[in-house]
Design a protein around this ligand. Structure first.
Ligand code: IPE
Ligand code: IPE
Ligand code: MG
Length: 246
């Protein structure tokens, strides 16, 4: 089994994003309620965050709750929000110990008050950290993100702050929730589903995609390392030919 020591330090992805999927099926497999899966999912989050910091990654972005997830049964949504609050409270020290800066993307204002408050508190209490940036995508939807960027740019055009001719990719980037983050290099999705589910549509334009069959609560160090090793063995051509790269 591969461990962190097996990684080629010279070719690490700068930004990994993960669609943490499969908590419900993991629980069902053991005859338990979905909530039990989410509780165990939190353990995998902690482990993965610590491992990514140890590897020396600069950016890790985790899809924790989508705009579509609000449609789930209220009891499940409530539990997820409670788990968010308790994890933030519990992990503040670990984040600081590992020099990790917390960030959030999504329609954060739509979170329950308690979650909103705790999130902002941990963001502010880790803001001086200079190691890895950990971004939680909460009440996040890529289409909503793009829609709100288009809206903000339109208002600026209307008020003559920018002219339509100057709109380029950089201007669009600066109006996305992710304006402080680089493009995603490696996107991992657990649970065997091969879809994006409205995650970072703009930012994954040239990401390497990696799908793995394990459910999120079972995702551990060697799965993470194997995903990165797989990434390190790919040739990223960005439209060029192989010959041009070599
Ligand atoms: C991912 O696991 C966690 C969230 C979406 C919040 P799921 O809850 O989607 O688990 P499955 O996909 O139903 O197994
Ligand atoms: C995507 O998982 C969202 C998160 C992991 C937070 P879902 O389980 O909600 O995605 P679908 O519904 O299967 O596409
Ligand atoms: Mg799912």
């Amino acid at each position: 089994m591969s461990t962190i020591k097996d990684l080629n330090d010279g070719k690490l992805p700068n930004h990994i994003a993960i669609i943490m999927d499969g908590n419900g099926r993991w629980a069902k497999q053991q005859g338990r309620q979905r909530v039990f899966g989410h509780e165990n999912g939190v353990k995998a989050v902690k482990q993965t965050v610590e491992n990514c910091a140890k590897i020396g990654l600069d950016y890790l972005t985790l899809y924790a709750f989508s705009t579509e997830n609000w449609k789930r049964p209220k009891i499940e949504v409530d539990t997820l929000m409670k788990l968010l609050v308790s994890s933030l409270k519990k992990e503040l020290d670990t984040l600081n110990k590992n020099n990790i800066k917390l960030n959030a993307i999504g329609n954060i204002a739509s979170l329950p008050k308690k979650a909103y408050k705790e999130l902002n508190e941990v963001i502010s209490k880790t803001s001086e950290n200079s190691g890895m940036t950990l971004t939680l995508a909460l009440s996040y939807g890529a289409r909503e993100e793009i829609k709100s960027a288009v809206y903000e740019i339109s208002v600026k055009v209307k008020n003559n702050i920018i002219s339509p001719e100057t709109i380029d990719e950089t201007i669009i980037n600066t109006h996305l929730y992710t304006h402080d983050l680089p493009d995603v290099d490696l996107l991992i999705r657990t649970s065997g589903e091969h879809r994006i589910s409205n995650f970072l549509l703009w930012q994954i334009a040239y990401a390497e995609l990696y799908f793995i069959d394990v459910f999120w609560p079972d995702f551990s160090e060697h799965h993470l390392v194997e995903a990165i090793i797989n990434y390190q063995n790919r040739e990223r051509r960005f439209g060029k030919t192989s010959e041009q790269l070599n």
